[in-house]
Write a protein that binds this ligand. Structure first.
Ligand code: HEC
Ligand code: HEC
Length: 451
């Protein structure tokens, strides 16, 4: 099962996904978040272990959101042939497969100590993430990476921040046996927890016409995740011609996004690129903050020369300092040092904190990071330079980013905007106007003892 990746697995150039336009309407758009619950923290009576909303309440949300109840279908406006490339032939996502995946996604028994499910870290009430900088698995073990949302993950050409999994099927099995996530000693041990339950037996039979087995666990989870299509945001109405669907600031932000701020160089957001990613890997100077890349790369090469399996890569990414090497651990190409996958921008209003290490708390921090040209390092992407954005322009870009959240999370998005605004009004740790405006160059600052 473990296959080693020794050659760079570059993604295919982006295919035309959307035939009609970026405005893909979604099912169940009448759903409104109940904001108080959405903010439910560890102390909430409604919370499950590790601060997630209780599983049965999450399941109720799934129904309200209108997902996970049907077979996998081509999302509205998406080109059927391009979408077919994202769905493996042996896992079309029948209603029975989706139903099995839904049961598994919320089942904490899949973890070693019975406290962690996929939905613990990809919580329906928290933007399908855990709202922590770094994820917490069994026994309160904390990994090295931020949990990305599972919303729209189907549209990525590769999974994980470093793309080490090619498909959702392959991705879904790794957390189950990862020691700091669900912690099962083996796939046999994981399967043993569920395989004798009558309901599961019947559901595996209905879905895949065979007895419960580990590969089908991954397939069913992937089938369920393919129903998480959330592309119905105010921005989409704007893109379809309703100029007032987003406010003046957001419109100005969209112009900056495509112009002065150069975001579109990596986050193309268009009918053929619906989630705003180029599906490539870039060093944008996030990890450079705390790491000695050369030393780490040497260490990684020696460790991977003995074992470069997917499981090994997964451990290095989630449990060691080598995590900060990003894509390099998968390809061992020098140019990939410190590179991570261009994250999607959909629903970004409700998935803070940001970046692979969760180091940026608000979208103001994100723009401050780009505005000063990231953290300088030898592998920094050429597309990252000081942007000289004014405070007003920063606010406009943030307003635009908040217009990308699906209507079903409208209330949660609005309250998150207010929360981040309050945080940013007193804390902007990444703001550096001198660097943004090239009044000081990074090397000068270093010479004088700055960071
Ligand atoms: C302990 C928390 C935790 C648990 C449990 C967990 N995940 Fe994740 N998930 C993460 C983190 C952290 C990452 C990013 C890791 C990386 O990129 O190196 C991730 C990444 C992903 C991605 C990739 C998304 C992208 O944009 O690349 C998918 C899909 C996903 N998880 C689905 C699942 C499924 C399905 C399960 C259950 C079998 C699961 N996760 C269990 C924390 C968790
Ligand atoms: C050179 C390519 C590149 C450019 C230009 C770029 N980004 Fe990114 N963006 C990335 C990559 C790569 C990541 C993930 C980096 C990481 O985690 O280390 C990312 C992450 C993000 C995230 C975090 C999303 C999340 O959920 O964690 C946001 C928001 C974002 N970018 C917005 C922008 C905006 C706004 C601009 C323009 C000011 C911009 N980006 C310019 C490549 C780029």
């Amino acid at each position: 099962m473990a296959s080693s990746t020794t050659k760079p697995a570059r993604c295919a150039a982006s295919v035309c996904l959307f035939v009609v336009s970026v405005g893909a309407a979604c099912v169940g758009a009448s759903f409104r978040e109940r904001t108080a619950e959405a903010q439910a923290g560890p102390a909430s009576a409604q919370s499950d272990t590790h601060g997630a909303l209780a599983m049965e309440r999450q399941l109720a949300r799934v129904i309200e959101l209108g997902i996970g109840k049907d077979p996998v279908v081509v999302p509205k406006g998406v080109s059927p042939s391009a979408y077919a490339a994202l769905v493996p032939k042996d896992n079309p996502g029948t209603a029975a497969q989706v139903a099995l995946g839904k049961k598994l996604y919320f089942d904490t028994r899949l973890s070693f100590d019975g406290t962690v499910a996929c939905a613990t870290c990809h919580d329906v009430s928290r933007g399908f993430t855990d709202r922590r900088p770094l994820s917490e698995g069994i026994d309160g073990k904390v990994g090295r990476r931020n949990a990305p949302t599972t919303l729209n993950a189907v549209f990525f050409h590769r999974q994980f921040w470093d793309g080490r999994a090619a498909t959702l099927e392959e991705q879904a099995l790794l957390p189950i046996t990862n020691p700091v996530e669900m912690g099962q000693p083996s796939d046999v041990a994981a399967l043993a927890k569920i395989k004798d339950e009558a309901e599961y037996k019947a559901m595996f039979q209905a879905a895949y016409k065979r007895a419960p087995n580990f590969q089908d666990v991954g397939r069913a989870l992937a089938a369920f995740e393919r129903t998480f299509v959330f592309l119905d945001a105010p921005f989409d109405k704007f893109a379809l011609g309703d100029a007032d669907a987003i406010d003046r600031d957001a419109r100005a932000g969209w112009a900056l996004f495509n112009g002065k701020a150069r975001c579109t160089a990596c986050h193309q957001l268009s009918s053929s690129s619906p989630i705003g990613t180029d599906n490539r890997f870039h060093n944008i100077g996030v990890s450079a903050r705390h790491r000695d890349f050369e030393g780490l790369a040497k260490k990684a090469l020696s460790m991977l020369s003995k074992d470069a399996s997917k499981e090994k890569q997964d451990k290095l990414a989630l449990e060691t300092d080598l995590s900060e090497l990003g894509r390099f651990v998968v390809t061992r190409n020098r140019s990939d040092i410190g590179s991570f996958k261009t994250e999607q921008l959909r629903n970004v209003g409700i998935t803070a904190p940001y970046m692979h290490d969760g180091s940026l708390t608000t979208l103001w921090d994100v723009i401050d990071h780009y505005n000063k040209g990231g953290e300088t390092n030898a592998y920094l992407d050429g597309g990252i330079e000081p942007l000289a954005l004014s405070e007003r322009e920063i606010d406009q870009l943030v307003a635009f980013l908040f217009s990308l959240t699906d209507e079903r999370f409208k209330d949660q998005n609005a309250s998150e905007y207010e929360r981040q605004k309050t945080v940013a009004s007193s804390k902007r740790p990444f703001r550096d106007n001198d660097r943004a405006n090239r009044k000081v160059l990074t090397f000068e600052k270093r010479l004088h003892g700055g960071k």
